[in-house]
Design a protein around this ligand. Structure first.
Ligand code: SAM
Length: 328
């Protein structure tokens, strides 16, 4: 039986206050674990939510308790005028935290405007600190440009700055290098278990690794001492290496069961609400939003919240959309 909605954004006693909002399905990378080499079928522009659509939606979602928005994609910074969206969202009553997940390469260009518009902080995805491996993994991306994005984030105080690293097997060889990022500066490196979403990327046993395997690889780097989260309300568990300024986090979406703590909804760029990353279930909110129908939009949000399973094992193996079409 689906979890029962009690009031507003609270489902089965948990407050759903976090929306991952994908602003585009387009990306300037083609990460091998996320997208097929030939790319995916991008939605036509007219099927993508306009900024006016998004602002209308978030205004209604804020009424049921959504207060934290993370902009994602595709690559959110390839969409024109993102600072203007951030500034409109940050002016909405009830919205108190806007963050961004990005591959970082366009951050040097936009960080100042994003900060001025009200963006608080960024997560930057960097899966390897080896330039050749980075290029291979992203199918053409430049590690130097991504690292320039990290510098821009610090320069414009989009903090805490978190680095997302998917746990592909080669990461084991790089734990020392990633740990080095946390030594001098408050950088927070989070290792994320690869999730089988969208039917691309690693397929077999041994193609991706678990939190326990990666933790074991840290044994020769130093003791991981548990610490509080540096900010944000996600599922990561954080540790600090003695004497380091930053932290190491693990998001063990596959080997641990933290669905019960899930506080999030996802909105795809083409206006579908997803209450669980591990399910193909979606609620279409686009028609109500385009009609500026407040009650219809609220009904769609409630329908999505009401279908939230809090148990990924009960959800279907998701295949209809890939990560780049959901936003991670
Ligand atoms: N382009 C942006 C970026 O690079 O961060 C935002 C979109 S990307 C889909 C969001 C996050 O999802 C990235 O950190 C990426 O590494 C992660 N991701 C993509 N596919 C994944 C998978 N199958 N399992 C776990 N994480 C994945």
């Amino acid at each position: 039986m689906p979890a029962r909605r009690r009031d507003g954004g609270a489902v089965s006693g948990r407050k759903v206050d976090y929306l991952r909002l994908s602003v585009t399905d387009r990306c300037n990378f083609r990460c091998s674990y996320c997208m097929p080499a030939e790319g995916v079928d991008f939605r036509p522009h007219e099927e993508i939510m306009t900024y006016e659509d998004i602002v209308f939606f978030v205004r209604i979602a804020a009424r049921v308790g959504i207060s934290k928005i993370r902009l994602t994609g595709g690559e959110p910074l390839v969409r024109k005028g993102l600072p203007s969206l951030v500034s409109q969202l940050s002016a909405l009553e009830g919205v108190d935290d806007i963050s961004l997940t990005t591959n970082g390469v366009l951050l040097p260009k936009f960080a100042a405007d994003l900060k001025a518009a009200g963006l608080r902080r960024v997560n930057i995805s960097i899966d390897s600190l080896d330039p050749d491996r980075f290029r291979l993994l992203t199918r053409g991306g430049s590690l130097n440009l991504a690292l320039a994005g990290v510098e821009a984030a610090f320069r414009h105080r989009l903090e805490p700055v978190k680095i997302n690293v998917v746990m592909l097997p080669e990461v084991v060889d790089e734990v020392e290098a990633f740990a080095g990022l946390t030594r001098e500066r408050p950088m927070h490196v989070r290792f994320i278990e690869w999730m089988p979403v969208g039917g691309c990327g690693p397929q077999g046993a041994g193609d991706s690794i678990t939190k326990d395997q990666l933790t074991a690889a840290f044994a020769h780097v130093g003791e991981l001492v548990p610490v509080a989260s540096p900010g944000g309300s996600g599922p990561a568990r954080y540790f600090r290496l003695p004497g380091h300024a930053g932290t190491i986090g693990f998001i063990s979406s596959m080997s641990d069961h933290f669905c019960g703590d899930c506080n999030r909804l996802r909105l795809t760029a083409d206006g579908r609400l997803k209450s669980c990353l591990f399910s193909d279930d979606e609620v279409d909110v686009m028609a109500a939003v385009r009609a500026r129908d407040e009650l219809g939009t609220l009904a769609a949000i409630h329908a999505s919240l009401g279908g939230k399973t809090f148990d990924k094992n009960r959800a279907l193996r998701p295949n209809v959309r890939g990560m780049s079409q959901i936003g991670g």
